[in-house]
Write a protein that binds this ligand. Sequence first.
Ligand code: PAN
Ligand code: ZN
Length: 200
Amino acid sequence: MVLQSPFEMTVDLESGQMSVFERHVTRYGRDMIGYYGTQDPDEDALVYEYFERNVPNDPGQIVQNVTVIYPGDANGEYFMTKGHYHANPRASEVYLCLNGEGFLVMQTKTGDWCACALSRGKTVYVPPGWAHRSVNVGDRPLVLYALYPADAGHDYDAISQGGFLKRIVRGLDGKPALVDSKRVKEETNKDRRGYSTAAK
Ligand code: PAN
Ligand code: ZN
């Protein structure tokens, strides 16, 4: 076990910019093949990025993370993160929304699900065992600060294979609608005039 020295940094409360980070991951449309219900995003669209402060990968250490999800959609399904379960079934997470409008969609392996609305100042607690994906339904970047245990681990396979039970699409009235993944094709093909594709 490493004795970590205390450290500090600043997080810009508008943009989420961290003054120090060791890890920066970008996800373009080309990195999201198969995650959307009906159509992959434009391959060159920047869908989201995240920044992290590294700490030793030991129980008790906490990772600080800022995720920025850009506005846009793929055939009406809003830009979102891949989503994952924590590989460590005891690992939870706390999200704080700094900016934008969206949802944190969560589910368990036994079929429970939950979608919490995100707006500035809102926090969401993701308990152990809940997969989580953040979705931007607004026209500005959705900026999220999160804290999770350094030994959480990320299981993307269960999501890339089984998908999420619920998806958030732009409804015919232009507002976000939560739809069953099994019905997403019907829902998005109802009337394509209702959809636009931003951030291309
Ligand atoms: C977050 C996510 C981040 C990106 O920090 O890692 O928002 O989402 P994906 O990992 O699903 O691509 C988190 O939940 N960490 O555990
Ligand atoms: Zn997580």
